[in-house]
Design a protein around this ligand. Structure first.
Ligand code: UDP
Ligand code: MG
Length: 325
């Protein structure tokens, strides 16, 4: 039987968008002659999205619905979909048709050619105001610089092979960040460029607050750079204290300072240095704990060489087996 492709899409209050989405995907995937399943995750919608999903599931056995008990947010919804996907390859796509489904056949082809992760990167950034665009760019650049996980122009629209998906699902962390973790796992990757469309109906669900949360989540789960920063500031302040302290002492010895002032300055410098360095030390330990607590696998295997059927069993092993009998 040909390989099964799962398409996972999170859905939150998309209403009639659900029908549009299912129709468009069935067309694209059917035309490409793929064996597929659609995993639609209802992220606690308060409109009729779930009813629509159920209708589609009844009409077409290739459509499967998963309903979360409340709105958990896009990241957990995607994770739920990934855990329920049965395919040999899994495509994650937004249900608002901003990610062009027409790219899926090309992504599947890349996977057949040996890629484990196929990322769709944006050629453009439509549907966002200037501030959103600037903010997104800035965040992605900062993230890429701090964590070595490349986010510039990245989207959540990606295909993962079964082994890449299994690796991803091995990550036990609570606040997952799909774009980051799916890059962190490594694996042979391939990139295709897509044009991000305007949203068809409805409005973006992101508020400034939820985007900010996502940014903070992403950063804190990928880097302890802010903690190391405290150490650096502490060291810089220590150096500054030595200079200022020396100057104050020299002035005091020469008798050119107001009575009592050198004591105050020196005390401030000494205390400031100790506090900052102390915080830095705590930060370094916290960074270690942070690393351990995430409990990420220390390595991931991409492939293992196949064992040839005709390989003779090494003689030693045969002998051991005989000895045991
Ligand atoms: N989404 C979700 N839960 C949420 C918010 C969004 O499952 O709490 C889904 C939404 O239905 C859509 C995708 O995540 O399929 C992207 O959401 P949206 O279009 O609002 O974000 P944007 O495209 O602006 O990044
Ligand atoms: Mg969208």
């Amino acid at each position: 039987m040909s390989a099964l492709v799962s398409v996972v899409a999170p859905i939150f209050n998309e209403g009639p968008g659900v029908d549009r989405f299912v129709r468009r995907l069935s067309d694209v995937l059917g035309d490409a002659g793929l064996r597929y399943e659609l995993v639609l995750v209802d992220d606690g919608s308060s409109d009729d999205s779930w009813d629509r999903i159920v209708q589609h599931a009844l009409a077409d056995e290739r459509v499967r619905g998963v309903q979360l008990s409340r709105n958990f947010g896009k990241e957990p919804a995607v994770l739920a979909g990934l855990e329920h996907a049965a395919g040999d390859a899994v495509v994650v796509i937004d249900s608002d048709l901003q990610h062009p489904p027409s790219a899926i056949p090309a992504m599947v082809q890349r996977w057949r050619d040996g890629a484990h992760v196929v990322e769709a990167v944006k050629r453009n950034r439509t549907g966002q105001g200037l501030i959103g665009r600037l903010g997104g760019k800035l965040f992605n650049r900062a993230f890429t610089g701090l964590t070595k996980v490349d986010l510039v122009n990245a989207t959540d629209y990606r295909l993962l092979s079964r082994s890449a998906l299994d690796a991803l699902l091995k990550m036990p962390e609570h606040s997952s960040f799909f774009r980051g973790t799916s890059s962190w796992i490594g694996f042979r990757r391939s990139i295709i460029e897509v044009d991000i469309d305007h949203r068809e109906g409805g409005a973006s669900r992101w508020t400034f607050r939820s985007l900010f949360r996502l940014a903070v989540n992403g950063l804190t789960s990928f880097t302890s750079a802010p903690l190391h920063l405290v150490t650096l500031v502490g060291l810089a302040f220590a150096a500054f204290s030595v200079l200022l302290g020396a100057q104050t002492l020299v002035r005091w010895l020469r008798g050119g300072s107001v009575a009592g002032f050198p004591t105050v300055i020196l005390l401030l410098l000494v205390m400031g240095t100790f506090i900052l360095l102390g915080l830095g030390v705590i930060g370094e330990y916290l960074a270690r704990i942070h690393e351990e607590v995430r409990g990420r696998p220390r390595y991931l295997v991409q492939e293992k060489s196949a064992q040839s059927a005709t390989t003779p069993v090494p003689e030693q092993l045969v002998r051991v087996e005989h000895a045991e009998r």
